[in-house]
Design a protein. Structure first.
Ligand code: NAI
Length: 462
């Protein structure tokens, strides 16, 4: 029986970061992971592999598109799907090995196997029981099942199977116009699939700023995406040579069908807590199956904490990482803090979509007085030169104090540009603070400064 200050269950971005931070805090730490590799969903079947395939497919898209205009004649381009999947696997392997190295460096014990909390302070893995002064549950999430749809991960796939297809489907139907549907739809669309997205709501990417959504949908449409909105998928029938997706249009309740070679189910994820023994321990849960925590990541059972996708909040790797660090600090008797008002969200399509803070719709609903500073990439020299000038930066600032309340970017490098605004918001900055900061020319970042200028005296180039 081994004794630890902290036993972290789950080796994903929340769990492994928590384990490293706890060790840096001078605690004796073990991290238990059952999937045979560290990094969780994000690294093994999520963020990293999807970004590898997004990158590869975008390269092809560029070569087929802008190359000619730039004076590069590329011919004989071919897609080798197995090689692309192998490249993706390499990206995964190099990163998972990296975490193992970090565990060794920080003296975190990596325990392989599935964990069960047999009693407060006791975690069982196989035949071994670890004594733990503190337990952190960081077991993540899994794709939510959709009634009437049976996933086989070959033809009817979740994000996991969509990262492992052996050839480009002719017709891909995506259920759900959320982040997963649009990112993985982009991958296979660029590689040649005809992509139709069936979405329950009347818009894509619910929760995003409305103006961005409209622009985004138009761009995706130009890229070949077809959208069926306001449609609730009822089921998927597996026939010998094709799949038949049935949906009901909400506006007239009519039933329609669409054929597909592959169906991607991307209708959300749910917390993964199976086998942990939480029922028996009496760990309080929300009605959505999340573990209830008290704002300091403590559950109702003393010594048991929870972070990441298993608790409330956006299911994002970086939110889990922040909670992992904060929980490790709280356990070490230090001050752990996460600013939930400044968590960026990025959709890694081309162009990228990034947001932080409030949307215009939220500010309106809250009755806040705000001003809008907008700047199009069409007026940004670098974006024009690089032929990626579709999109804009939009900054929302308090009408009286000028304090930045939110920002929404659709355009080149949006996922990186957003962080300048995150830092500004963390410091409680005004739009004028961003506007007065010298930005290098020529960069996409200048569009952020111009949007900040547009909150005040006005942008220079638009
Ligand atoms: P999501 O919640 O983003 O979108 C699911 C969509 O499916 C919604 O628009 C919903 O209205 C629709 N839907 C639900 N039931 C339906 C039905 N029966 N018929 C038609 N449409 C239906 O979920 P998604 O895309 O599966 O992502 C899961 C989680 O993973 C999210 O929390 C997301 O933030 C996270 N994620 C984040 C990424 C990123 O940050 N880049 C990348 C991938 C995932």
């Amino acid at each position: 029986m081994a004794d630890y200050d902290v036993v972290v269950i789950g080796g994903g971005p929340g769990g492994y970061v928590c384990a490293i931070r706890a060790a840096q805090n001078g605690l004796k730490v073990a991290c238990i992971e059952g999937r045979g590799a560290l990094g969780g969903t994000c690294l093994n079947v999520g963020c990293i592999p999807s970004k590898a395939l997004l990158h590869a497919s975008e390269m092809l898209h560029e070569a087929e598109g802008n190359f000619r205009k730039m004076g590069i004649k590329a011919s004989g381009l071919e897609v080798d799907v197995p090689q692309m999947i192998a490249y993706k696997q390499e990206a995964i392997d190099v990163n998972t090995k990296g975490i193992e190295f970090l565990f060794k460096k920080n003296k975190v014990t990596y325990v392989k196997g599935w964990a069960e909390i047999v009693a407060p302070g006791q975690v069982k893995v196989g035949d071994e029981v670890l004594n733990a002064k503190n337990i952190v549950i960081a077991t993540g999430s899994e794709p939510a099942a959709l009634k009437g749809v049976e996933v086989d991960e070959k033809r009817v796939v979740t994000s996991t199977g969509a990262l492992e297809l052996t050839s480009v489907p002719k017709k891909l139907v995506v259920i759900g116009a959320g982040v997963i549907g649009l990112e993985l739809g982009s991958v296979w669309g660029r590689l040649g699939a005809e992509v139709t997205v069936v979405e329950y709501l009347d818009q894509i990417t619910p929760g995003q700023d409305g103006e961005v959504v409209k622009h985004f949908q138009r761009i995706l449409g130009k890229q070949g995406f077809k959208f069926v909105l306001g449609a609730a998928v009822q089921g998927v029938e597996t026939l010998k040579t094709k799949l038949k997706v049935t949906y009901r249009l909400r506006k007239d309740d009519s039933e329609q069908t669409i054929d597909a070679d592959v169906v991607l189910v991307a209708t959300g994820r749910k917390p993964y807590t199976a086998g942990l023994g939480l029922d028996r321990l009496g760990v309080e849960m929300t009605d959505k199956g999340q573990i209830k925590t008290d704002g300091h990541w403590r559950t109702n059972i003393p010594g048991i904490y929870a972070i990441g996708d298993v608790i409330e909040g956006p299911m994002l790797a970086h939110k889990a990482e922040d909670e992992g660090m904060a929980a490790a600090d709280v356990i070490a008797g230090r001050h752990g803090h996460v600013n939930y008002g400044v968590i960026p969200g990025v959709i890694y399509t081309a162009p990228e979509v990034a947001s932080v803070g409030k949307t215009e719709e939220q500010l309106k609903a809250e009755g806040r007085k705000y001003k809008v500073g907008k700047f199009p990439f069409l007026a940004n020299g670098r974006a024009k030169a690089n032929l990626v000038s579709d999109g804009f930066v939009k900054i929302l600032a308090d009408a009286e104090t000028d304090r930045v309340l939110g920002a929404h970017i659709i355009g080149p490098g949006a996922g990186d540009l957003i962080h300048e605004i995150c830092v500004a918001m963390e410091f409680g900055a005004a739009a004028e603070d961003i506007a007065m900061t010298c930005h290098a020319h020529p960069t996409y970042s200048e569009a952020v400064r111009e949007a900040a200028l547009a909150c005040g005296q006005g942008a220079i180039h638009a």
